[in-house]
Every structure is written in structure tokens, then in C-alpha cells.
Design a binder for this molecule. Structure first.
Ligand code: FAD
Length: 472
């Protein structure tokens, strides 16, 4: 344990943000890092609890050994802290930036006080490790002679590829887009995570022997050929099919799903060209329908593009400001949260259902809404209109895209249409083919995708070699 009385003496410090008026002028990251001495002080708050709930599945899907690296940071041994962190997480600079940090909710100090600033410490360790040149390629000592194909270069595919290459398999990653990262690169805005970090990891993985095939959209026929060619195939193609709002007026001009809007902006920042008609919020009244991360990303992007007004519609009632920790700890609580994007100036409507999109001459002009009861049914007589020339649906994802190999190959599915595989062996119903990440579990979090990629890599290594040194 770091400083025995640290949690009594030191207050929690979080990363500060550039003022909203400054950060909305650009698409770059806007957090201001803590100084190294301050990070060491924050690590000293860790109590090294008998049972570190932060580290269990409830707190950290990749089982980061949080008390151990807190102790190492407190002692000034950042290099060993980085080694420890990388032993459970391939990409801590990603999760240090965009993970919602269930570990902090599960922190024992959170019961009585404020949690250890685990996420800020994780980011600081990973960033310093890159700055100091401690992160190097780890090519295998010997090759196994086996080849593994992976479809999809998102968080799950990248984590699996790195693990498999390091134990000596020849790994080929087939990715539809021109760059790796999946939703990290094309969905999550640059102001939450700049993409240079993904490119840096791709370079590391290439030096470890991973071969990336970009611009490779794998259909059923190609998958059949790849299954023939490789000793094992892992599918990590995500869950991109948006939930259908089924609303009158959804066909009007100015009404879009969130993803094309976010993807276009990320491509603009990357100076990529795209053929689609531009969707832009500049000079518009924007209504974002949905209450999650994707909705927040639409808000921050709209504000940066120069929207006149942004309103967010959430069908759920406004949650309590504080959770009852006796009832919910160490689990992720429902409580009133304000994302950095919401804080930049969105109006938020709670307990509000969207009834229809209203338009004139084929273009959206308003969103018709109503308050809802506890069962989320619209209450008669509570209807109201919100001006909207751009409406963005961010109401979640229903499962994998259907018009790809997924349907043609006739995989067994779960009841939410995800490709079925268990979390022990990650095998699908098709021999030699495995599945992990969002395509298996449904739209989730980057940290879960990394966990599944690592675990699937272990399962594949075990099946190919009869034994494995990879961790679960
Ligand atoms: P993906 O990241 O979806 O990667 C799948 C990859 O497969 C893509 O690169 C895709 O191009 C490729 N692919 C698909 N089909 C084919 C094919 N047929 N052939 C070849 N390649 C193919 N999580 C967080 O932890 N924090 C956040 O802040 C956060 N914000 C989010 C914001 C948005 C807008 C969205 C949509 C999601 C967010 N998430 C967030 C969730 C997170 O991004 C996903 O859970 C995670 O990216 C899943 O990783 P994955 O590797 O399973 O799939």
C-alpha cells in the first residue's frame, strides 16, 4: 500500500478541462493532464483494500491490477507501473481516455468519500510510458507455423491480434476501412480521443508481425476463402446496425442516424474524403434523440460545427443527483451525470418521448414530443414541439449489420441477433471460426472489447497448440 494515511490527507483531483468557450473551437482533446507529483499524490490515496473491487469484473473487465500500479506510481516506479498495467491491458492509453471507469464507482473509498482518480492515473502511466520510449514491439521468440485471420480491426480485433502475434502465430487482420481502430477511430470523436494513438499501436503491432489488410470488406465468399486459408478465423466486426426508431417523418430530409454524422466528422478531421452528402449542424437547430454516449458525442460535434441550438431528448426520467451507495455500490449507479459535451451548452429534456418528426416541403422543421409516465407511455395533453432542422437518432444499436457475411453464413445467433459464442472458448457454430467483442456481446465498451479480444486469443491459442501461456 502506498501512503497508509494517504486517503485521509489527500483530496481527489480530477483532470481539468479547457474552458468550454475555448474547447468548442477545435476538435482536439481538451483535458489538462495532472502534474507527475500530483499523480503520485493521487495514487497515494489508494487503500490497497483486502478485496480490491476496482479490479474485479464489476470494476474492471480487463482485471487491471489497480492497487499494485497505484503503489508503484506512489513509489515513483512508473516503468514497473507501466509493465504491470500492460500485463492486463493492451491499450491503456485508449481506456485511460474514454473508459467510463466503472473501477472508480467500485472503489472502496467511494463508499464514504470520493474514489481514487484511477482513470487519470492510468492515462498518466500510459502517456509517460510512450514519452519515455518504454513501450516497444514484443516480437515472438519463435513462430508456431499456424496462421490466424481476424476480420475487423476495432479494439477487440487489435487486442486479439497483438496477443496472438506475440505467441508466434502469423496474424492477418482484414479491415473494411482504410484505418484501424473501428469505432475508436470512426465513431468516437477526436475531442474525446485523438487518433494518433491508434496509428502508433498499429506500427507497434506491425513490428510484432501482424499484417493489416485495409480496404478488405469481407463478404460470405471471402470469409469462406479465409476459413480455408487460415488455421483459425476470429470475427470482431462490431454491432453497427442502428435501432430503428419507427417514427413518422423519419424519412424527411435533415433526419439521420448518429453514426454517419459522427463518421463524416472524424473523416474530415483525418482529411479523408468521402462520397456521401455532407451532414452538418452549422447554423441549424439540432435535436439529438437518445441519452447515451453516442448522443453526447453528437452534441459535442454539433456544437463544434456551429449549431445554433442543441436539444437532447431522453425518454428516461431525470435520475437522482446522488445514488444511494448502500444500495448500489460497487455497481455502476444510475445518477445524474453531465458529460463534457452536455456541459458545452445542450438543453436536456427528460421523460420526453418523440412522437414524430414534422416537416415542410420534405424537410424536417420540428420534433413533436410528449411527456411520458413511469411506463414511458406518452401522456395525452402534454405534447410540445421543438424546432429542428437536423435530427440525429442516437438510440442504440440492435446488433451486427445483416447485409454482410453474417446472414449469408448462417451463424447461430443469440436472441439479440449477435453471433453466438460463449466466453470460455469463443467458438461460433461454424468450425474454426470464433467471435468476440461487440459482434458477440452487442454494443458495449472499449474495455469489454479488449477483454474479449484477449480472451478469444487465449482460446484460439489453446485450440491450435493444445496449451497456452496467454492470460484470460
Ligand atoms: P468495432 O469498434 O465496431 O470494430 C469493428 C471493426 O470491424 C470496424 O473497424 C469495422 O470497419 C470492421 N468491419 C465490420 N464489418 C466488416 C467486414 N465485413 N469486413 C471487414 N471489416 C469489417 N466505448 C467506451 O468505452 N467509451 C466511449 O466513450 C464510447 N463511446 C462511443 C461512442 C460512439 C459514437 C459509439 C458508437 C460507441 C462508443 N463506445 C464507447 C463503444 C465502443 O466504441 C465499442 O464497444 C467498441 O468499439 C467495440 O469494439 P469492437 O472491436 O468489438 O467493434
Amino acid at each position: 500500500m502506498g501512503k497508509v494515511t494517504g486517503f485521509l490527507e489527500i483530496d481527489r483531483q480530477e483532470l481539468k478541462y479547457q474552458p468550454a468557450s475555448d474547447r468548442v473551437r477545435h476538435f482536439k482533446e481538451f483535458t489538462l493532464p495532472l502534474s507527475r507529483p500530483e499523480v503520485e499524490r493521487q495514487a497515494a490515496r489508494c487503500m490497497d483494500c483486502g478485496i480490491p473491487f476496482c479490479q474485479t469484473d464489476t470494476g474492471c473487465p480487463v482485471d487491471n491490477q489497480i492497487p499494485d500500479w497505484n503503489d508503484l506510481v506512489y513509489a515513483g516506479d512508473w516503468k514497473r507501473a507501466s509493465e504491470n498495467l500492460h500485463s492486463t491491458n493492451n491499450f491503456p492509453e485508449f481506456t485511460g481516455r474514454i473508459c467510463p471507469a466503472p473501477c472508480e464507482e467500485a472503489c472502496v473509498l467511494n463508499i464514504e468519500n470520493t474514489p481514487v482518480a484511477i482513470k487519470a492515473i492510468e492515462q498518466a502511466i500510459a502517456d509517460r510510458a510512450w514519452e519515455e520510449g518504454w513501450i516497444k514491439p514484443q516480437p515472438p521468440q519463435a513462430m508456431t507455423g499456424k496462421t490466424v485471420g481476424i476480420v475487423g480491426a476495432g479494439s477487440a480485433g487489435m487486442a486479439a491480434a497483438q496477443q496472438l502475434a506475440r505467441v508466434g502465430h502469423e496474424v492477418h487482420v482484414y479491415e473494411r476501412y482504410q484505418r484501424a481502430g473501428g469505432l475508436l477511430t470512426y465513431g468516437i470523436p477526436d475531442f474525446k480521443m485523438e487518433k494518433g494513438g491508434v496509428e502508433r499501436r498499429v506500427a507497434q503491432m506491425e513490428a510484432e508481425g501482424v499484417v493489416f489488410h485495409f480496404g478488405a470488406d469481407v463478404d460470405a465468399e471471402r470469409l469462406r476463402a479465409l476459413v480455408e486459408k487460415h488455421d483459425a478465423m476470429l470475427l470482431t466486426t462490431g454491432a453497427e446496425r442502428p435501432r430503428d426508431p419507427g417514427l413518422p417523418g423519419a424519412e424527411l430530409e435533415g433526419v439521420h442516424y448518429a453514426m454517419p454524422f459522427l463518421v463524416q466528422q472524424n473523416r474530415r478531421v483525418a482529411r479523408e474524403t468521402f462520397p456521401d452528402t455532407p451532414i452538418v449542424a452549422a447554423g441549424k437547430h439540432v435535436v439529438v434523440i437518445g441519452g447515451g454516449d453516442t448522443a453526447s458525442d453528437c452534441i459535442g460535434t454539433s456544437i463544434r460545427q456551429g449549431a445554433l441550438a442543441v436539444t437532447q431528448m431522453d425518454i428516461r426520467p431525470m435520475p437522482p443527483i446522488r445514488e444511494n451507495k448502500d444500495l448500489v455500490w460497487p455497481y455502476w449507479p444510475t445518477k445524474f451525470r453531465t458529460s463534457s459535451s452536455q456541459a458545452e451548452g445542450a438543453d436536456r429534456e427528460f421523460a420526453a418521448a418523440t412522437l414524430e418528426i414534422v416537416g415542410k416541403k420534405g424537410r424536417a422543421t420540428h420534433v413533436r414530443c410528449a411527456r411520458v409516465d413511469a411506463a414511458r407511455k406518452p401522456l395525452p395533453g402534454t405534447e410540445f414541439d421543438i424546432r429542428a432542422d437536423l435530427v440525429l437518432f442516437a438510440i442504440g444499436f440492435a446488433g451486427p449489420r445483416e447485409e454482410t457475411y453474417v446472414t449469408a453464413y448462417e451463424f447461430e445467433r443469440d436472441r439479440r441477433t449477435n453471433i453466438f459464442a460463449n466466453t470460455e472458448d469463443y467458438r461460433t457454430s461454424v468450425p474454426k471460426v470464433y467471435a468476440a467483442g461487440d459482434v458477440r456481446r452487442g454494443q458495449s465498451l472499449v474495455v469489454w472489447a479488449i477483454r474479449e479480444g484477449r480472451q478469444a486469443a487465449r482460446a484460439i491459442d489453446l485450440d491450435l497448440m493444445g496449451e497456452t501461456t496467454l492470460p484470460r
